[in-house]
Design a protein around this ligand. Structure first.
Ligand code: F6R
Length: 251
């Protein structure tokens, strides 16, 4: 596991976009796993800038998003499909037919989860998976629990996730209580993983993850078993460690 420490959020976004750029340049037909939420917004903006400057071509790239709110149609303003379209896809030359997001408003949820899982496999698997992390350690929407599901599935969101994501909705009651998410194995099958965590509120869970202990109550801790993980944090993490009197090398 490699950890990169950046000055601030802007720097973190630059570093993350450079890693993604390198991946696309090395393999223009690569399959990217994408995340939503606040953290990757800066990264997506940098990727748009690179595309506009002519240094990036998305025409042969395929993407799979981690998750979608259950019950939301892809045109709903708070759906992750709309987020991806507004924050990245509409600004670049990606073929929209090569972008994949679980469909949140289906009748047959089991069928949709199976379809999504198979689509990832059919595309040859994910080359680089971008991840954020919940303050409770979730990746995708794999919430802390006594067990973790391996494949794409319907999940009940934890109260802390609903609270955290209520900032994107008019009121907390509008946040869907369930989501479709890739499972731990779907994420884990990615050849390379890039996890971004910015700000003081993410520092405690990053410290927990770096301890190298596995727990289903810290779903991200499973990443300790993956052969190729890069974690990009900003200075807030180092400041947190200082306050705890902990050296990074001692975790
Ligand atoms: C989003 C996702 C989540 C977020 C996490 C952090 O697709 O799967 O795991 O990455 O909740 O969200 P932010 O970046 O808003 O703090």
């Amino acid at each position: 596991m490699k950890i990169l420490i950046c000055e601030n959020y802007e720097h973190l976004s630059e570093v993350a976009s450079n890693i993604i750029e390198d991946k696309i340049t090395a393999n223009p037909k690569c399959v990217l796993g994408l995340a939503t939420g606040g953290t990757p917004e800066g990264t997506y903006q940098r990727l748009i800038d690179k595309y506009k400057q002519g240094s990036l071509d998305f025409s042969s790239v395929t993407t799979f998003n981690l998750d979608e709110y259950y019950g939301l149609n892809g045109r709903h303003p708070q759906s992750y499909a709309k987020y991806m379209y507004d924050k990245l896809f509409k600004h670049i030359n990606i073929d929209i037919n090569n972008t994949n997001i679980p469909q949140g408003d289906v009748d047959d949820i089991k069928k949709e989860c199976k379809r999504y899982e198979e689509a990832i496999l059919e595309a040859g698997g994910i080359d680089l998976q971008l991840l954020g992390i919940g303050t409770n350690g979730h990746i995708g929407f794999n919430e802390p629990n006594a067990y973790l599901k391996t494949k794409t599935h319907l999940v009940k969101l934890k109260e802390e996730t609903i609270n955290a994501n209520s900032r994107f909705f008019e009121k907390k009651e509008d946040v869907p209580t369930r989501a479709i998410t890739m499972g731990i194995k779907s994420i884990f099958r990615a050849k390379e993983i890039l996890l971004l965590a910015s700000g003081p509120e993410k520092a405690p869970i990053i410290m927990e993850l770096l301890k190298g202990q596995l727990s289903t109550y810290v779903p991200a801790s499973i990443l300790n078993l993956h052969p190729s993980v890069t974690i990009v944090v900003d200075k807030a993490f180092i400041e947190y460690l200082k306050k705890q009197n902990v050296e990074l090398s001692a975790i």
